[in-house]
Design a protein. Structure first.
Length: 439
């Protein structure tokens, strides 16, 4: 069995054709979606990048792996490997329970390779334990990890596949392109339709809160349109790399026998909730991710039920018939599809610029702000009807007090179930990482 996991930073699902976007940016991803199962309502269980990838790679909730924000605290993952001798009695001695996704493959003797420059963030835990880990270089600036062009990543991936695709493997490929800065040439940007998507048509650019966490000035609709064009041009660019990978597999006769999972670490807000071109909150723009699973022997499908990226590691293990390590939190999406009776309420967290938790039910979404960070105007609690109001424009918490109380209780119960030492509450006390460096 062969599996490729593709992770595209800051990719909003609603800017892809297969999720209904009106611009034709993603023929490569859309074609993959036609061959696989599209999860229409997938979320990062933790965001931004560090907590999101920590959950995906460790297979554990942020409350277990304890990675909840950027900066020094996110560089160490909670596991017996990092514990002092004094804590030796805190675990049962079976390290298999604590293996992360690449380590599972390594220990089971199946070759694995990670291709990503994210480890330079620095993210030491991402480097454990692969057969190979390849860090593509940026052609313009080695001081930052986020300017690696998708072409470089694709080149490394195709070289690896050329040499190593015989037999079973697990290949992880991480792209940066939709993340800032925009590196597309003017002609590539101009090719993109400049019309704003519906959800940005009534954005009030005059409010004081309308600002960018990375200080990008947007003064009027012209700037907003240009910024969306730049973002979309990066999606167009990364899509070409995906198409090149799937075309390569088809040419080599490997496409049918290779499982491909395509996802992102989080989305990107473009101004709909008051911050432009950032992933900064638990709102849908940040927390929703694309998730497409093309697996061998399964028919294409579309699934509306809510799922999160905590299920990716168990799905990959399941595709290879590997028993998932005991501490993993999620469930194989294949088993979930077979058994429709699964939990459809998702608990997520966010820890950069603000600290929030969201509980997303089949229809309603409850957000609790533990620390407002860069946005002091954020209320402590909000409730949205995602069926009527998918972009969270009307807070209904005052009108639906009974429902609000139910969500509040359910969130508390779910948090208690996960951990006795809650790192998200602790971050709420302390304040989010980006908020501190902006002060
Ligand atoms: Zn990211």
């Amino acid at each position: 069995m062969k599996t490729i996991l593709i992770d595209i930073d800051s990719l909003r699902p609603d800017h892809l054709g297969c999720y209904g976007y009106f611009k034709n940016l993603s023929p490569g991803i859309d074609s993959l979606a036609e061959d696989g199962t599209v999860f229409e309502n997938a979320y990062a269980c933790a965001s931004p990048s560090l907590p999101s990838r920590a959950a995906m790679i460790s297979g554990r909730w942020p409350e277990s792996n304890q990675v909840v924000t950027h900066g020094p605290s996110g560089q160490t993952m909670n596991s017996p490997y990092n514990w002092s001798y004094e804590r030796k009695n805190d675990w049962d001695g079976d390290l298999r329970n604590w293996w992360n996704l690449p380590e599972l493959f390594f220990q089971e003797g199946i070759k694995s390779c990670g291709i990503s420059s994210f480890a330079r963030y620095p993210v030491p835990w991402l480097l454990r334990t692969w057969d190979e880990f390849i860090q593509p270089r940026s052609s313009i600036d080695q001081s930052t990890h986020a300017t690696v062009d998708g072409e470089k990543v694709r080149e490394k991936a195709l070289n690896w596949l050329e040499d190593s695709s015989e037999g079973d493997f697990f290949l992880y490929i991480q792209f940066w392109d939709p993340h800032v800065p925009c590196m597309r040439e003017e002609k590539e940007i101009e090719q993109i339709d400049d019309q704003l998507p519906e959800y940005l048509k009534n954005v009030d650019l005059e409010t004081e809160g309308q600002r960018s966490a990375d200080k990008k000035d947007i003064n009027g609709e012209k700037d907003l349109k240009r910024m969306v064009q730049e973002y979309d041009a990066e999606i167009r660019h990364v899509d070409k790399q995906i198409e090149a990978i799937t075309s390569f597999l088809k040419r080599k006769g490997l496409y049918e026998e290779t499982n491909i999972i395509l996802t992102g670490d989080h989305g990107e807000e473009l101004g709909e909730k008051g911050v432009v071109r950032e992933h900064w909150s638990s709102f849908e723009g940040t927390q929703r991710i694309p998730l497409i699973v093309k697996s061998t022997g399964e028919d294409p499908d579309r699934v509306e039920d809510r799922v999160s990226n905590i299920d990716i590691a168990p799905t990959v293990a399941d595709l290879h018939n590997l028993e998932k390590p005991g501490k993993w939190s999620g469930k194989s999406l294949r088993k979930r599809i077979e058994n429709s009776d699964w939990e459809k309420t998702i608990l997520t967290m966010h820890g950069l610029y603000t600290v929030q938790r969201a509980l997303i039910g089949e229809r309603y979404k409850y957000i609790r702000t533990l620390h407002p960070g860069i946005r002091p105007d954020l209320p402590e609690e909000q409730l949205f009807d995602l069926e009527k109001d998918p972009y969270e424009t009307k807070d209904i918490s005052n009108k639906r007090e009974g429902l609000l109380k139910d969500f509040r209780t359910l969130m508390d119960e779910k948090v208690d179930e996960r951990s006795s030492e809650d790192p998200v509450s602790a971050l709420g006390e302390e304040g989010p990482y980006g908020w501190k460096w902006n002060r």
